[in-house]
Design a protein. Structure first.
Length: 255
């Protein structure tokens, strides 16, 4: 850089430009060069001789555009039971416990799959959205088993959830124990007790989310229907009556 500046200075002096004028011109050239370098830095450029576009190690991270994701593979129940037995005999209790948990997870996933197959394909004119079918579980003692299916047509949707959820069960049992209705003077009723196929239930309504119908199944499980854009209370009740509640309860092992 210094050699270039010296050559420029000699070149300007050769054309009869005074030393002071030549230095002024060189100063402006330096300022312009500095501004150009600053713009390059702000844009993520490189002021070195090596261009970043030719340097793979300095290029930006590419966004992923392909890949089929992970395949859902439930644990093999028999293999995990055998592993648990072997681990137990070897006094490897941690491994035995893990294998038993995996076996339980496999059982729960099979239960969820069986229940999904038993659910209706259409409900109140709404078609099943099988892409949204879900079965999730913590894999230990039926705690946290959740089976979910959605139905929809246009802006009308029914979300069905079959779950072992202690928080939900506590809330429902509290409603059922208190009895009566929840209503303030001058306000529309928010929830009330009802029955679905002989099962005690709670039905709720919220202007923003729609209807919610909850039915306890035995001691630990419940089924919940969430209806969006259902016309009235009877509409959501008719949808719930399309389900084989007795069959679901039996498959879950509830009494």
């Amino acid at each position: 850089m210094k050699k270039v500046i010296k050559l420029l200075l000699l070149y300007l002096l050769a054309f009869g430009i005074s030393t002071a004028q030549a230095q002024g011109i060189l100063k402006k050239i330096k300022e312009k060069a500095g501004q150009a370098a600053e713009k390059m830095i702000n844009k993520g450029g490189n002021t070195d001789n090596n261009n970043t576009s030719n340097n793979p190690s300095s290029s930006k991270n590419a966004g992923n555009k392909t890949g089929d994701g992970l395949i859902t593979t439930p644990p093999n129940v028999n293999e995990n039971l055998a592993s648990a037995e072997s681990a137990y005999k070897a006094n490897s209790y941690g491994e035995a416990r893990y294998s038993l948990q995996q076996a339980m997870l496999g059982v729960e996933m099979e239960i969820g799959k069986k229940i999904l197959l038993s659910l209706p394909e259409t409900v109140s004119g709404l078609k099943v959205i099988k892409a949204d079918d879900q079965v999730t579980s913590t894999g230990w003692g039926w705690a946290g088993l959740t089976i979910q299916r959605k139905y929809g047509e246009g802006d009308k949707q029914l979300n069905t959830i079959i779950a072992n959820n202690s928080v939900w069960m506590a809330a429902i049992n509290l409603y059922l124990a208190n009895g009566g209705y929840a209503q303030s003077s001058g306000e529309q009723q928010k929830w009330k007790q009802t029955k679905v196929k002989g099962y005690r239930a709670i039905i709720e309504f919220d202007e923003s989310s729609g209807y919610k119908l909850s039915v306890p199944l035995g001691q630990t499980s419940l089924i919940v229907w969430e209806g969006t854009n259902f016309s009235n209370e009877q509409d959501i009740m008719n949808a719930a009556n399309s389900f084989d509640i007795d069959g679901i309860k039996k498959t879950l092992g509830e009494k």
